[in-house]
Design a protein around this ligand. Sequence first.
Ligand code: ATP
Length: 260
Amino acid sequence: MHIGFLNIDFIDVVDVMLVAFLLYQIYRLIQGSIANKIFFGFIIVYVVYLLATAFGMELLSAILGQFMNVGVLALLIIFQQEIRRFLLMLGRSTSVQENAILKRFYTPKISKDKVSNLQAIVEATRTMAATHTGALIVIEKEDDLKKFIESGDEIDSQVSKRLLLTIFHKNSPLHDGAVIIKNSRLAAARCMLPISESGTISPTLGFRHRAAFGMSEQTDAAVIVVSEEKGEVSFVSHGGIFRNMSTKDLEAKLSEYLLN
Ligand SMILES: Nc1ncnc2c1ncn2[C@@H]1O[C@H](COP(=O)(O)OP(=O)(O)OP(=O)(O)O)[C@@H](O)[C@H]1O
């Protein structure tokens, strides 16, 4: 196809569509974060560099050219988290579990008996919410949480309401950080989770909730937060939050999320 002096073929159209898709995904990833401003700053410098080169401004284009060379490396470092999230998202959307067609032939690793102890977890959260006891509980789905488990104190015990209440009791030496549940066992307590840098999180939520968001952005784990301040229970997954959940809704949400 010819448009003026341009000769456009099918591959060019696919090329432009793919670039548009990539730019849109990058925009979605950095939306609201501080990285957003850095990214647009970089784009402005790049446009000025292109203009300076086009108009033959040698000194300016030489200086900006040097900046662009270092800038690419700097961008890789600055956008570490975003690049990681982007690759994770790509990996997930092409994985069997997320693919509607392949899903029919795929049996989830988590079977019904593996989520049978959800009731103990849900009941513990109800008691903790009533007593304004802060808690952070992470339940592994498909992504391996080994590195987060290793950041805490390994326990490897059966999950029970009493154990969860004991761990998160204000005077317990294990109450800080998160508990991680893996294969229906309480794998570890006092685990450090990554803090989300997203600018879309409500400013009324503190670090406990930001850690839940961070974990859900980097893994497919289900995260439950009990707010010490508000006494409310939230469910966080894939960077989204359901706040103020009733016991019944939380249990339903957990089994639906973990079994699908
Ligand atoms: N990176 C982290 N990983 C795991 N737990 C964390 C992390 N950062 C903070 N926490 C937990 O969150 C607690 C602090 O919660 P903070 O009051 O800041 O959060 P919040 O979201 O306002 O929760 P709350 O509503 O319970 O007050 C810490 O004592 C610690 O137990």
